[in-house]
Ligand binder design. Structure first.
Ligand SMILES: *Cc1c(COP(=O)(O)O)cnc(C)c1O
Length: 495
């Protein structure tokens, strides 16, 4: 664990200084103390203003040196101590700051409760700075809303990354999915196949269209839609004399689904695929960008996603007509007449020029963000290597995942602790971990919906029973990742 990298020179002194200077240093430190070292700069003790007060009461003068301070054994920790060690020592001795010493007793850092027990969130917005330039330009030109040059440029930037020809920026990923269903004429009485192992936003728009969701299980190698379960669902549908109007395939936690078999099944039945790429902007499948595989694909720029516009989404497609119609539907379906002629129901789903400016700034660092999230995952995998019962979300050889969230399952028999207990224990350390998505076929709101399992058991249920999402923000510090690893090692090492 790294210490605290403030300039230590300002809080380290030897015994030659006066009481007055010592008090001034304590005052400036903001710590209520300074660190006393000997002539070889080896740590001796901490000095608080209370220590100086006692010298004054014993008759010392402000100008005297602090030479007469008695020796005491202050609490210290050796280099390599974990945050858990530090918190335990702080609690035991009722202190908030502990010097970190190397083998020669030289001070190499200061462990501060405030720094090491800061809450760590699951995934928070990570601004780059360039966003403000685009937003300011929008202010300068008073091009605030609704559309404008930032929107056009943001659409182009996302289309380029996704390798598709056309894009329409909208108010959320959910709105993009809703538009996709509208564009495919999904309506009352229709059925839509949808990944069960996902966030509710994948499935809700099916119900907005008064259609019926039919849920498809995940497969173990990618945690995404099981081609086997999809095949079985089509077979059953066909036997019953119906076909789904569309298939919504989710790329979970930043990883693409296995599109070759999925697309070949769907095209055999001539059913269009909608790709829910909300979590996977920047990922690839067999070298091709996420967002290329659906007839229509949806991205999300919600605050917790890989990049964010605070809230927003994008519908992309190679089909220009579909995207033109998406733009029309998302701006209240206005016919080109001065009085606004309406022949069908539209939505107010477009993105503002301000938010698109935020998105443009974020797009400049997309690949960096993906690499940072992947680095967080790699650090976890390395830091927890060798522990029993830890099974990471696999990344098949055809996948380049954004690792939007670092997820794993816990085999509680091997690990000696359940996923739930781990999540609870992390929460008590102010580390926000969460269960994986609760499958949609288990959600009360979708009770009664049909569900097709991967094989003779439900993969998504097994993942839900044992899954954990660890904090995964691209803005996490090494110290934070180390703190989570150390905490996890403490929980898992007790077998
Ligand atoms: C976030 C998310 C959405 C919805 O995106 P919003 O922009 O929040 O509406 C849809 N599907 C999945 C899988 C998501 O994670």
């Amino acid at each position: 664990m790294s210490g605290w990298d403030r300039n230590l020179d300002n809080i380290i002194t030897d015994r030659s200084i006066s009481l007055r200077l010592a008090l001034a240093m304590i005052n400036d430190s903001g710590l209520g103390m300074i660190l006393l070292v000997d002539c070889d700069r080896r740590f001796e003790r901490t000095v608080t203003d209370g220590d100086i007060r006692r010298l004054l009461l014993d008759g010392a003068e402000m100008g005297d040196s602090i030479r007469s301070l008695p020796h005491i054994d202050s609490i210290t920790l050796p280099l390599g101590s974990t945050p858990r060690d530090a918190i335990d020592a702080m609690n035991e001795h009722d202190i908030d700051d502990i010097p970190l010493l190397d083998a020669d007793s030289h001070v190499v850092g200061l462990l501060r409760r405030r720094e090491i027990s800061k809450p760590i969130a699951l995934s928070t917005p990570h601004m780059e700075g360039a966003e403000m330039d685009y937003v300011e330009e929008a202010f300068r030109t008073n091009w605030i809303a609704p559309l404008g040059p930032n929107v056009d440029a943001f659409e182009q930037a996302v289309a380029d990354v996704a390798g598709v020809a056309h894009a329409a920026a909208v108010s959320s990923g959910t709105a993009a999915l809703h538009l996709a269903l509208r564009l495919l004429d999904v309506g009352p009485g229709d059925r839509v196949f949808c990944s069960s192992f996902t966030f509710a936003a994948s499935a809700n728009p099916i119900v907005y269209q008064y259609a019926e969701p039919v849920f498809i299980d995940a497969e173990p190698q990618s945690w995404n839609m099981s081609p086997q379960a999809l095949e079985r669902a089509f077979k059953t549908a066909k036997a019953e004399g119906w076909l789904p109007k569309a298939v919504i395939v989710v790329n979970l936690y930043g990883q693409s689904a296995d599109y070759d078999p999925i697309l070949s099944i769907c095209s055999a039945h001539e059913v269009p695929v909608i790709e829910d790429a909300a979590e996977s902007l920047g990922a690839t499948y067999k070298g091709q960008a996420s967002g290329r595989f659906g007839l229509l694909s949806a991205f999300s720029f919600n605050g917790n996603k890989i990049i964010t516009t605070s809230g927003g989404g994008m519908l992309v497609s190679d089909d220009e007509q579909l995207i033109t119609r998406a733009r029309y539907l998302s701006t209240q379906a206005r016919q080109p007449a001065a009085h606004y002629e309406h022949t069908e129901i539209g939505y107010n789903y477009r993105m503002s020029n301000i938010l698109a400016g935020v998105g443009l700034g974020q797009m400049t660092v997309l690949s960096e963000r993906v690499e940072q999230r992947r680095a967080v995952f790699a650090a976890y995998a390395e830091g927890l290597a060798g522990l029993y019962g830890v099974h990471w979300m696999p990344e098949p050889e055809w996948s380049y995942s954004t690792r939007w969230l670092s997820t794993l399952t816990i085999d509680s028999t091997e690990a000696g602790i359940s996923a739930n207990d781990i999540i609870q224990s992390l929460a008590s350390e102010l580390i926000e971990a969460r269960p994986v998505w609760k499958p949609m076929h288990r959600q009360p709101v979708f009770a009664g919906a049909r569900y097709f399992e991967h094989g003779n058991f439900s993969v998504s249920d097994a993942l839900f029973a044992n899954g954990i999402c660890l904090p995964s923000g691209s803005n996490m510090s090494t110290a934070e990742v180390d703190r989570i690893i150390a905490t996890m090692r403490g929980l898992l090492g007790k077998r």
